[in-house]
Design a protein around this ligand. Structure first.
Ligand SMILES: Nc1nc2c(ncn2[C@@H]2O[C@H](COP(=O)(O)OP(=O)(O)OP(=O)(O)O)[C@@H](O)[C@H]2O)c(=O)[nH]1
Length: 435
């Protein structure tokens, strides 16, 4: 009989520090041979690309990516195929699954305990929840035990704060991350609140998810019986709540009658991708970042700013937007180097005019489509004003205003000093101004 491969499931709110933890574990793996599976919420899997850039692994060779869907719902068949393929392509001794920031971890763990082809090869080692401790304290500070606003069985309109509670309750380990953004008293309070929700949990305080891998991997803390117990409690609550417990799982044929709701429906979370082959004006884009509405919970991806020849990566979580310069655009390299790079990477998207320079950002948030409740107007192609609904349109319009105009594009702005980083590895952080 072949030994099973341990699986660590990473959970945690949007932008809590899961990818940061994944990178930290990959860089400090020691003798462990790790493989990773990354589920991102948007249509573009930003996390998989960033992890591939920062490690020896490649997408499809050590990294499997599942985008634009919920790992525990529609991507279930893909998960099965992906983990089986991972094991075929490469030998490894531990699998780490990063679930998207709006996943409930329990159904993801359930896939590894019930889906026959997967369960035969894998065994869950632990569920690790990465906490944005700042956000956790801002949400629950001052309470004895964090309380949900809605019933776990509610079908929709649940606040994301309820998901925070669920992600802690099923965790075997909680990283109280972003410790640098809390006082020692707040950290102590957060730890106590976590333990009030999940008394058996192991808590570790971290900055930039820098925990000792020995405390996280190969710990054998997951107890499937606890998961069963929780699920049966939820079912009882659901039945009491008039029996309307949402869509049936697609995993028919399994003994386990798994019931599950799509988290993005339940929590009203949506995403869209913004792309442009024209650069942003530095000051207008900086102003955009400083005035992001609160309902944009998370945004990330690649940014092209006119004043620098550096490719920038944006990672915004709540009020903080971090921009990192990853290196020059390939289009800015000397001819020989550029051609060599391109011939080695035939998959690199290339535009005849601007090469690889582009902005590609995923925005994740609530109230993206407010169903027309917001009075707003825009001008259509015929120059007529029309009503538009939702935050997505407004954000798209504001981003379009940040793009350089034709006249600005013709001006030589390279090397002009702005707040954006212009050296490889350089960083800048922008914070939203409460208005
Ligand atoms: N100040 C501070 N920032 C942090 C810390 N850990 C992570 N970050 C930053 O928070 C942002 C989000 O981190 P990620 O690791 O991408 O978060 P994530 O949980 O993978 O995000 P999603 O996959 O989108 O849910 C990045 O800009 C990180 O650099 C920390 O301990 N302190």
């Amino acid at each position: 009989m072949t030994a099973t491969i341990p699986v660590t499931i990473l959970a945690g709110s949007l932008g809590a520090g899961k990818t940061t933890l994944l990178n930290h574990l990959l860089q400090n793996a020691g003798d462990r041979d790790l493989a990773v599976l990354i589920n991102d919420m948007g249509e573009v899997n930003v996390d998989a690309e960033l992890v591939a850039e920062g490690s020896d692994l490649d997408v499809d060779d050590g990294i499997a990516e599942l985008s634009n869907g919920c790992l525990c719902c529609e991507l279930q068949d893909d998960l099965e195929t992906a983990v089986v393929r991972l094991a075929r392509n490469r030998e490894f001794d531990h699998l780490i699954v990063e679930s998207s920031g709006i996943s409930e971890p329990a159904p993801v763990a359930r896939l590894f305990t019930t889906t026959s082809r997967v369960a035969a090869r894998y065994e869950v080692d632990s569920i690790i929840t990465v906490l944005d401790t700042r956000l956790f304290i801002d949400t629950f500070g001052g309470e004895a035990v964090p309380e949900r606003e809605t019933d776990p069985a509610a079908e929709s309109d649940r606040p994301l704060s309820d998901l925070l509670i669920e992600q802690v309750e099923v965790a075997d380990v909680v990283l109280c991350n972003k410790a640098d953004r809390c006082t020692p008293a707040e950290l102590a309070e957060a730890t106590a609140l976590v333990e009030a929700l999940q008394p058996d949990v192991r808590t570790i305080q971290t900055e930039f998810s820098a925990a000792d891998p020995d405390q996280l991997l190969g710990v054998d803390l997951f107890d499937p019986a606890q998961l069963d117990e929780r699920e049966s409690l939820d079912r009882v609550a659901a039945a009491a709540d008039d029996g309307q417990y949402q869509h049936q799982d697609h995993n028919q044929g399994n003994d386990h009658h798994h019931q599950h709701r799509h988290p993005n429906d339940v929590y009203g979370v949506d995403s869209f991708v913004y792309r442009s082959r024209r650069p942003f004006h530095a000051e207008r884009f900086a102003a955009f970042l400083r005035t992001l509405p609160e309902s944009v919970v998370r945004s990330k991806g690649t940014v092209w700013v006119a004043t620098t020849d550096m490719q920038l990566t944006l990672s915004q979580a709540g009020p903080s937007s971090r921009l990192t310069a990853t290196g020059p655009w390939i289009a800015d390299l000397p001819d020989l180097e550029r051609d060599l790079y391109r011939s080695n990477r035939p998959e690199l998207e290339w535009d005849d005019e601007v090469g690889d320079r582009q902005t590609e950002l995923v925005f994740i948030g609530t109230e993206f489509d407010d169903g027309g409740e917001t009075e707003d107007t825009s001008t259509d192609d015929n120059g007529c004003e029309r009503e538009t609904a939702g935050l997505e349109q407004r954000l798209r319009a504001r981003l379009a205003e940040c793009l350089v105009t034709d006249a600005e594009w013709d001006q030589q702005t390279d090397g002009q000093k702005t707040q954006f980083p212009d050296e490889p590895g350089g960083e800048a952080v922008f914070r939203t101004n409460p208005s």
